[in-house]
Design a protein around this ligand. Sequence first.
Ligand code: CA
Length: 512
Amino acid sequence: MKTILFLLSMTIAGTAIAKRPNILFIFTDDHGYQAISAYGSNRNKTPNIDRIASEGMRFENCFVTNSICGPSRAVILTGKHSHINGFMTNGNSFDGTQQTFPKLLQKTGYQTAIFGKWHLKSDPTGFDVWQVLLGQGPYYNPPMKSPAGTKKIEGYTTDIITDLTLSWLKNDRAKDKPFMLMCQHKAPHRNWQPGPSHLETYNDVEMPYPETFWDDYKGRTAAASSQAMTVARHLSANDLKLNQPRGLTSSQLESWNAAYEPKNKKFREAKLEGKERIKWQYQRYVKDYLRCVASVDDNIGRLLKYLDESGLAKDTIVIYSSDQGWYLGEHGWYDKRWMYEESFKTPLVARWPGVIKPESVNRDFVSNLDFAQTFLDIAGVKQIPEPMQGHSLVPVFKGNTPKDWRNSMYYHYYEFPGAHSVRRHYGVRTEKHKLIHFYNMEEWELFDLEKDPNELKNVYGNPTYSETQSKMKKELTRLRQLYKVPEDTRPVKRAPKKPRDKKKKAAEKKAA
Ligand code: CA
């Protein structure tokens, strides 16, 4: 009898665990929704990301809290805003001793693994298995770090990250446990080096220009004064592939030269100037970016295919997202950082067989702040020791968005001084309006998103909007209190360089 009871309880326990779904989180760096066909891209096709969307849900309003690489990752791991998790700018190092969702998943019996871009300086914590790029990582032949040490792997990074993910899925995971698997690409981050199979993709097309490509930033002081991220003036020779890339093997370089040298020769001979030159730069930049996206999409196809073949698809939630959105020439820009729509929003599509209705489109305000609690809810974790600041998306997945769901989003960007010189700002977005405060400049911007979806006309101070303006300010204050945001008192000027050590100077003189 005892044996029967024991076997019965084992079976029940086994069934209960087997019922908890696996999670495959596929994540990219800097992938704007404008470069995904499921989001209506007029420039490229992404059949595999589209497949996740059509077999699941596409989120039209997924916002990030701080539009930049490292900080977005820290928000996802902790479910807390940057000022609470401590990773406010890319210059920070993540405190891996704090509570994160992978640690809580481990405690509840999930196996956790991450392959690819980590970008938080300190080593990953909370993962049973990890193998990550060093910092940003190169597009070709990346050194990858794991607890066993750092080893260089030859090939194209997007393919390699997928190979590692697949190899773990096939051979190394504990098959009696559900898994949380994070496959995190470097692509399509700057400087957009296409993979061997897409060096010639888009050669014969002219990419359309966004409506705001020739934006003059009128009425928007921060954009007009200090940013350095224009397609016209801020792309380097490396970005534009006018220099040969470093670190390629001789055969990789041979394919590279075959693709770029004839085009570069033509460009040099044409001696383009003014708008023609800017247009050439846009074409070169956007095509290379989309070539990188094409490899990401191909590799997502490999993962989906394996899930189908192995039978894992029915028990595995697949989520695709990026650390933030991106400017694909909108406002004349590349890069991210601003609270304007293209970088504030990020793509999010999710497939969960039997739970998410295929072909769903959701317009609720969701955020990368919600991901941690979503994963924990999926795994059945009811108690989170330290409260997080988002909300589980599981009811949203089920089509039952709670009545009191948020209808405004708080945003805060901190990295100034910093790369691309975008001023620090915070703000609030509601369905129809957006208020932004560039607090070190005492500049405000208010946009009527219904009349001006491209955010070209700042109506702050316009009497027609005085009621809206004060409502938005109140909402901003409410959110800053809700999330416990302290005043940002860090200096806005770079600290002066320390005078060089006298002894060191003398030693150098002697050596010379
Ligand atoms: Ca990024």
